[in-house]
Design a protein around this ligand. Structure first.
Ligand code: WTA
Length: 635
């Protein structure tokens, strides 16, 4: 039996049982056999969910980039590590070998050092999906700097909030980015964001679109000349297993984004282990995950997990609809992709288009298909299975979160029989529990509840940067001694899990987590707005779309409603980004509230989804009359 590579269902059950009975032995064996450590750990695991404190491989020393790069140089130095597919199909793809990637990371790491970046410093990376993004992430890890990648679709305000929260010393960006037929002025967004930041000393600028941009003297530096002059070797900083690796921000149901902190050793072990098993990666495979490195999926399953396994990982700069809706499938054929990992929202969007876009291409290289980010509906699952996988490729519906660092529930392809819309079984080391409203665990099968995890796994986030109390309150206070995911789930008659969606005020739109509070705060900044509430409603492609209920101030002034709607969406775009724009905005005389003043979102959700037959008991509301008025004018 191999702990590291599961090949059939019996083996999965054996490995799983061992991982639950003897978790420390299990993870110790995995860690020992497959990674390069400068010094072994003194203790495999120490944990206490009440504090909460979780430490894996304490006392061990390593550098994750030695595992992702140096380790491979002798055996596969000339193998492609990163295969870069540009936005424009006429631009040639780049094959960056492990040798070349190693050199580029070392040069970049030396540039960071020459600009004063040291172990523990925070570096914010705001780049499009170009090789420099992966290189800069690894360069930070090489010298022990903590990277915080901010998705390059976020606005300048969202960027500056994150820079200020982690007190970043440096920003790495580009002169601009390509997105389909558009170009985006990234550097302009950075300049605007930095007006509100005092900690950033240097900005490194990669050239991508050759636009004429302002460079602030003393602060902004073109990257290429610095790289050209940098030494090609950079000794890795030797890190403790529990030293921070990166911060990645994710939305919460309230307040500011949460900077989830991931540490080095456990994150490496878990992402590498799950990559190997969930994608059944083999040496000559060409693996493609279409996510952006600005999200956790890109961190764990474009960069760290694949590279730790010596894989070839594709980075795609563009969008699925450019130059036409066949782009994904054209790339699959061109590079003979073996594993393809994407989001349900992309599948739904492509399934709406003519099948000729798919049938034109030879997809026979594919072996495993994956989805992540939100529940996949049955129709999309079958479309993916029939038309992309030709019914021959298992679909891994992978459930996990920014906070979990890696995939927790997923089929192991060719072992676990798949079932549409089910993430199926927990991976080794993962102990799920379903909880009822009173805090009791619901045992047995054919049950539904709130999804918790009872035991730590190596890549769980260790804290929220600068706010351990919030970490405790958000994840460890709802249920005693358990990590609470914020998701609801059901367990069917054979023990398979199906994730039913968020049970808090996070709404997932096109696979992006959006908290209601920051959107409402943006709306409320409009001078005409008194109060607002956001809910999600079902949408064919996005999964959920946003519906805003807005109360206007009573000024007696008559205002153009459509104009107001545009202004409100502009405010949201400025504060967060276009992904958070509202599809519908209804102006209402009031919002249904409980006697303690809490907005009853349940009622608003029902109205938004046009499901008003059973609103439940509204008589306990402070203002029951407002419900009828809202329904009358619902959009
Ligand atoms: C949702 C993305 C159903 C879930 C890796 C979770 C899913 C949130 C699935 C985390 C799935 C993710 N099926 N729902 N396979 N995968 N989710 O932090 O609600 O961007 O809590 O991490 O996405 O989103 P995040």
């Amino acid at each position: 039996m191999s702990n590291y590579h599961i090949k059939h269902l019996e083996e999965y059950f054996q490995v799983y049982r061992k991982s639950v009975r003897y978790p420390e032995v299990f993870w110790e064996e995995v860690a020992e056999e497959h990674f390069l450590w400068r010094k072994k750990w003194d203790k495999v695991l120490e944990w206490d969910f009440t504090k909460p404190e979780i430490k894996w491989f304490q006392g061990a020393k390593l550098n994750i980039t030695e595992n992702c790069l140096d380790k491979h140089l002798y055996i596969r130095g000339d193998k492609t590590a990163i295969l870069f597919e540009p936005n424009n199909p006429d631009e040639e793809a780049q094959h960056i070998t492990y040798n070349q990637l190693h050199e580029r990371v070392c040069r970049f790491a030396n540039v960071l050092k020459s600009k004063g970046i040291q172990k523990g410093d925070r570096v914010v990376i705001y780049l499009p999906m170009i090789p420099e993004l992966a290189v800069s992430v690894l360069a930070c890890a090489r010298i022990g700097a903590i990277h915080s990648v901010v998705f390059a679709g976020f606005s300048s305000t969202a960027l500056s909030t994150r820079i200020n929260d982690c007190q970043a010393k440096m920003v790495i960006t580009s002169d601009g980015s390509y997105r389909g037929s558009k170009t985006i002025d990234l550097k302009g967004i950075v300049d605007e964001g930095l007006e509100d930041c005092t900690t950033v000393e240097n900005v490194l600028v990669a050239k991508r679109i050759n636009s004429d941009i302002d460079m602030k003297s003393g602060r902004d530096h073109w990257l290429q000349p610095l790289l050209d002059n940098a030494p090609t070797e950079c000794a890795p900083e030797i890190m403790d297993a529990e030293d921070p690796l990166f911060i990645l921000y994710t939305s919460g149901s309230t307040g500011r984004p949460k900077g989830m902190l991931h540490t080095t050793g456990g994150y490496m072990v878990y992402t590498a282990y799950t990559f190997k098993n969930v994608f059944q990666y083999k040496e000559n495979d060409i693996y493609w995950c279409t996510a952006d490195i600005g999200w956790i999926t890109g961190h764990s399953y474009i960069v760290y997990g694949p590279l730790a396994n010596g894989a070839t990982t594709v980075m795609f700069e563009g969008v699925p609809s450019y130059p036409d809706y066949g782009r994904f499938w054209e790339i699959v054929q061109k590079h003979k992709i073996t594993q393809f990992y994407t989001a349900p929202t992309a599948i739904r969007a492509l399934a709406k288009e003519n099948l000729d876009y798919v049938n034109k291409y030879d997809l026979s290289s594919l072996r495993v298909l994956g989805t992540v980010g939100e529940p996949i509906n049955e129709e999309a699952w079958h479309w993916y299975n029939d038309n992309i996988g030709d019914k021959k490729c298992p679909i891994v519906d992978t459930w996990w979160q920014t906070e979990t660092g890696g995939i927790l529930i997923s089929p192991v392809p060719f072992s676990t029989p798949t079932k549409p819309t089910y993430a199926t079984l927990p991976l080794p080391g993962i102990q799920p529990a379903l909880m009822d409203e009173n805090g009791n665990e619901i045992k047995g099968n054919s049950v539904e509840g709130r999804l918790c995890i009872k035991f730590p796994w190596p890549s769980i986030a260790r804290t929220i940067w600068g706010d351990h109390e919030r970490y405790k309150n958000t994840y460890f206070s709802a249920f005693d001694n358990k990590y609470f995911t914020g998701d609801g789930a059901l367990r069917d008659e054979v023990g398979y899990y199906r994730i039913t969606g968020r049970v808090d005020d996070v709404i997932i739109v096109s696979g992006h987590n959006l908290g209601t509070a920051p959107i409402e705060d943006s709306i409320n900044e409009h001078p005409a707005v008194a109060e607002s509430a956001i809910v999600g409603f079902p949408h064919d492609i996005k999964g959920n779309a946003l519906y805003g209920y807005v109360i206007l101030k009573e000024t007696g002034e008559v205002r153009d409603r459509d104009n107001l709607r545009r202004e409100i969406n502009q405010l949201i775009t400025d504060h967060i980004g276009p992904i958070a724009k509202l599809d519908k905005i209804q102006f209402v005389p009031g919002l249904p509230k409980t006697r303690s003043g809490k907005i009853m979102r349940r009622i608003l959700r029902k109205i938004a989804s046009k499901d008003t037959s059973n609103l439940g008991d509204t008589s306990t509301l402070l203002n029951p009359e407002v419900v009828e008025l809202i329904i009358k004018d619902a959009l």
